[in-house]
Design a protein around this ligand. Structure first.
Ligand code: CMP
Length: 136
């Protein structure tokens, strides 16, 4: 049985601002991901609060939501075999300082907040996050 999965990826404001959108998409394609859907949008802080609700008790929640809504982002639905895990491996650790060579966050991340990219952390959350942006 093939376990082709879909996952949500977001190119965050720091990367869009630096015009890294196409480079990052190429990395996904080179690594075998299909980009099934994509849209460039700027969201309201209230929408970011809903998206990151899982983090609402964390001390960084308010800054995180302000940041995600601070500029344009690119939301994408990525598809590949075991896409959720494969995407997390390709992104690298949340903190770019801890990310391994060859990962997107190692290459482009500036700080734990400006870490260039978001990816769903489970198949279940991927469905919720894809639905959030694409309402499928
Ligand atoms: P992301 O994968 O988008 O999920 C939540 C984000 O919170 C995370 O990337 C980081 O950019 C941000 N963040 C800020 N501080 C922390 C922290 N101490 N631990 C985890 N995530 C953090």
């Amino acid at each position: 049985m093939s376990n082709i999965e879909q996952t949500l990826s977001i190119i965050k404001p720091d990367a869009v601002e630096r015009n890294l959108e196409n480079e990052i998409k190429q990395i996904f394609k080179k690594n075998g991901f299909s980009i099934l859907k994509e849209k460039k949008i700027q969201i309201e802080k209230s929408e970011a609060e809903k998206f990151y609700k899982v983090h609402e008790t964390k001390p960084f929640y308010d800054d995180l939501c302000s940041y995600l809504s601070s500029g344009p982002i690119v939301a994408m639905v990525l598809e590949k075999k075991n896409a959720v895990l494969a995407n997390r491996e390709l992104m690298g650790a949340t903190n770019p300082k801890d990310a391994e060579e060859g990962t997107i966050r190692k290459k482009y991340g500036i700080s734990i907040d400006k870490n260039s990219i978001h990816g769903s952390d489970s198949v279940e959350n991927a469905k919720i996050e894809i639905n959030f942006f694409f309402n499928v």
